[in-house]
Structures are given as structure tokens and as C-alpha cells.
Design a protein around this ligand. Structure first.
Ligand SMILES: Cc1ncc(COP(=O)(O)O)c(C=O)c1O
Length: 452
């Protein structure tokens, strides 16, 4: 079914090329774009009527699936009543109060205070500011640095770009503040930790703290599963080691759960699996399933208490016009109700197992796939020229792009590649037959592309 005629599509493409600067912009990629028209559940339909499974929940965010009229109704109802009012100095609104209470109930027990943002970048930026602010209140003004990890993605503001451990995101944007530093493999590291799937272990953090001086470090930031960097899962003991190191050196632990929060890993929040709690939690994306922009950083009871007892002259001067936006909060509340009523966290756990098992079965003996990993409904694998010898593909071959293109064009599955990594994070509403469709499309794409 064609939803828009070819002449109109050609006009749209021209206007797109002329006026729209896309994220991660490279104009030639937009000469023949897939222009989406509508969606339902895990399916997206483009303007020519072609359907695809959205195997990345668009950008890891459309957790409850597309076309949820309940969320459109929640937004419309709130807009008719009170679309916006400000939450500064002495003002508040009903949905924001209710959502802050609901989020506090769902997150780790030790977390109490919610500051709403509009994006994951703003959540991480604010979390870092809160960490510095806290140490100043404690009379430790030298604790100003933040340590982040290689292959991490933390956002698009200048500071969160610096936190991001993917050099491709830095080019021509520097110089960055020297107060944002990264972990690196210590020379002659000897420890008995189980490494994460990308080889990092908790002692990389300890080495970085010792390198910088604990007295200069405010916080460490980490995604429980490194997402945009290629989906790298942690070992079972990694975050316990991290928590111990942070406690030992008095460094606040910021968990960036912008992707993993709200069910993605088969738990409401990913660190639950490891019995670890962060001092500050960054969230965004699935809090509203992407229907309207919203995020938050959430601080521990200790930091909250410090913020609640400030002298007037030390007010926490951090603000966004749209913080605690009533319409976004109303959508967030309805979205979380859907997740609870439809048991989507449990579904993510079950469908995550099916996806992980399916990938291992379909690709395990392929000879061109290594390091298949998943934690609930977030998964990745590495394309290799020779799995037995571990030989990587030449970058110029663009193997990830080839596989992803085959999946989209032949298999009706849209997802992302990061170099040689194929990554997956379908909506939490996904059904068994849709998981099987994704696995089948991947198997066919890997076979076709690696046979050549
Ligand atoms: C882990 C993580 N943190 C932060 C961000 C930035 O979020 P946003 O793009 O909403 O600013 C992202 C975006 O993908 C992310 O994956």
C-alpha cells in the first residue's frame, strides 16, 4: 500500500537535503532515505508502504511500541487541561509530582530526589553538576573530575561528548575540559576479575583514580551495558568491584541507565541484577517511550538531604525551562502504567532469553560471528573474517553496514551497526514470532554477506 505518491516523496527528499541537518550528519546518506510514515507495535511503515521490524526501538527508546493511542490521549488530555506551567521557585504541577514519586518507587531503594530533564545528555550533564555541587557542600572543592570509560556514549553536549569514550564523536569539537578523563587498561594489570565482554575490568577504574588522585575525582560514570559503543555487557562481578572502589576512594558512582533503565535488561533497572546501587542515576528514553522528550537524574537520599537543607546563598542553580514539564510527565505516568499492566519487564526478560538463544543457535557455528552477548532485550555480536582465528574484517569492507543493509532490504528488519558490531534492542512488547523473524533475517544477512 502506497501512502504517499512518488512526486511528493521526491519533493520531501529534496527539502530534507536542503534544510534538515540530521544527527551524525553526512549529507550523502540522505539522498535515498527511508522516510517513516506510521508505526504499530514493533512495526514501522515507510511512505511507500513497506514494513520493517524496528529492532532498535527506534533509538533504544520506544519501549511500549509504536502507535499507542493511550499515550496520545494522555498528552492531549494534559494539554487541554494544562500544557505547561513552570516548576521554578515555589511552583509545581500534579503530573510531575506524581511521576517523581512513581520513579522514586521504581528505582534503587537508596535514591530519593528526581530532577527532570529533556534528554539523556542533560541528565548526565546535570548528574555531573550535582556531584561537584555535593562535594563542595561537603567542603571538598578539589573533587571536580569525572572518570568515564572507553566505548561509552553519554550524550551530545560539550561535556557529555567529552565523557563519551568514542573518538569518532570528538573530531573537530575539542578542546574539551581536562576534568573529564577516561579509564585505560593499566600497564601490567594483574587481577583475577572476569573481564567485561569488551575486556575492561573494575581495576581500570582504580588505576584511573590513582593516576588522577582520588582527591581530584568527583564521580565515575558508566552505562551498565555500553550501548551506542556496540553493546558490551558486564561480567557478573564488575559492578560490585566498581561499587567497592568508589566507596574506598570516596568517588560518587553515576549509573547512566538512559538505555538500560525501565525494563530493557529484564529488570526495572540493570544494576538490580548485581545487587549494586549508584549514588546518582541518569535516565531518559523509555521513561516516555520517546513519545515526548523527557529524562531525569535521580540522587541518593544523602545528596537529596544535602540539597534540601541548603542555605539560601548556596541554592542549586541548575535549571531548564522544560524541567518537570506537565505534558511530558503525564505521558511518562501513562507509559509506566502500560509497562506495569502489560508486564513488559517480565516480557523483556523472556524475549531477551529467546533472542540470546536464537542468536547463539543461528550464528554460533557460522565462522564469521564472535562474542554474541545479551542482557535481556539488548544484544550484540561481532562480525569477524575468521571466527576461529579471531581475525577482524578490514574496516574498508564496511561489513556491519553490509549486514544491516541486507537485513533492512531483504529481511524487513531495521537495526544499527557500530563498525563490525550489529546491535539489537527491540521494543519490550515484542512477541516470540517477531523475535524469530529478527533472528531469521540476521542469519540470512550474515550468510549472504559473508559468503562473498
Ligand atoms: C547511555 C546513553 N546516555 C546518554 C545518551 C544521550 O541521550 P540523548 O540523546 O537523549 O541526549 C544516550 C543516547 O543514546 C545514551 O545511549
Amino acid at each position: 500500500m502506497t501512502t504517499i505518491d512518488e512526486a511528493t516523496i521526491a519533493g520531501l527528499v529534496q527539502q530534507d537535503l536542503a534544510h534538515l541537518i540530521h544527527p551524525q550528519y553526512y549529507a550523502p546518506e540522505h539522498g535515498n532515505p527511508v522516510i517513516f510514515d506510521h508505526g504499530e507495535g514493533v512495526w514501522l511503515t515507510d511512505v511507500r508502504g513497506k514494513r520493517y521490524i524496528d529492532a532498535l526501538s527506534s533509538l533504544w527508546n520506544v519501549a511500549v511500541g509504536h502507535g499507542r493511542t493511550e499515550l496520545a490521549d494522555a498528552a492531549a488530555e494534559q494539554m487541554r487541561k494544562l500544557a505547561f506551567s513552570n516548576s521554578y521557585t515555589g511552583f509545581s504541577n500534579v503530573p510531575a509530582i506524581q511521576l517523581a514519586a512513581k520513579v522514586s518507587e521504581l528505582v534503587y531503594d537508596n535514591l530519593e530526589g528526581v530532577f527532570f530533564t529533556n534528554s539523556g545528555s542533560e541528565s548526565n550533564e546535570g548528574a555531573f553538576k550535582a556531584a561537584r555541587f555535593f562535594w563542595n557542600l561537603r567542603g571538598r572543592p578539589s573533587k571536580v573530575k569525572i572518570i568515564a570509560r572507553e566505548r561509552a556514549y553519554h550524550g551530545g553536549t560539550l561535556t557529555t561528548t567529552a565523557m563519551t569514550g568514542l573518538p569518532a564523536f570528538w573530531k573537530y569539537f575539542g578542546p574539551f575540559s581536562g576534568d573529564v578523563v577516561h579509564t585505560a587498561k593499566p600497564v601490567a594489570l594483574e587481577c583475577d576479575c572476569t573481564p567485561n565482554t569488551d575486556g575492561e575490568c573494575g581495576h581500570w577504574l582504580e588505576a584511573a583514580i590513582l593516576r588522577e588522585g582520588a582527591d581530584t575525582v568527583a564521580a565515575f560514570i558508566a552505562e551498565p551495558v555500553k550501548g551506542a559503543g556496540g553493546v558490551w555487557t558486564p561480567s557478573d562481578d564488575y559492578f560490585r568491584v566498581i561499587r567497592e572502589i568508589c566507596d574506598r576512594y570516596e568517588v560518587l558512582f553515576i549509573a547512566d541507565e538512559v538505555i538500560t533503565g525501565f525494563g530493557r535488561t529484564g529488570r526495572w533497572f540493570a544494576l538490580e541484577r548485581f545487587g549494586v546501587q549508584p549514588d546518582i542515576l541518569s535516565i531518559a528514553k523509555a521513561i516516555t517511550s520517546g513519545y515526548v522528550p523527557m529524562g531525569a537524574f535521580i540522587v541518593s537520599a544523602e545528596i537529596m538531604e544535602a540539597l534540601q537543607t541548603l542555605p539560601t546563598e548556596s541554592r542549586f542553580m541548575h535549571a531548564y525551562t522544560n524541567s518537570a514539564h506537565p505534558t511530558a510527565a503525564a505521558v511518562g505516568l501513562r507509559n509506566l502504567r502500560i509497562m506495569e499492566e502489560e508486564h513488559l519487564v517480565e516480557n523483556a526478560a523472556a524475549m531477551g532469553d529467546r533472542l540470546g538463544d536464537g542468536l547463539r543457535r543461528a550464528l554460533g557455528g557460522q565462522g564469521h560471528v564472535a562474542n554474541i552477548r545479551n542482557l535481556g532485550l539488548i544484544a550484540g555480536f561481532t562480525l569477524v573474517a575468521d571466527a576461529e582465528r579471531g581475525t577482524p574484517y578490514e574496516a574498508a569492507q564496511g561489513i556491519g553496514r553490509q549486514v544491516a543493509t541486507h537485513m533492512r532490504e531483504q529481511g524487513q528488519v531495521i537495526t544499527r551497526f557500530v563498525g563490525d558490531q550489529i546491535v539489537l534492542a527491540p521494543p519490550l512488547v515484542i512477541r516470540p514470532e517477531e523475535i524469530d523473524h529478527i533472528v531469521g533475517a540476521i542469519e540470512a544477512a550474515v550468510r549472504a554477506v559473508t559468503a562473498g
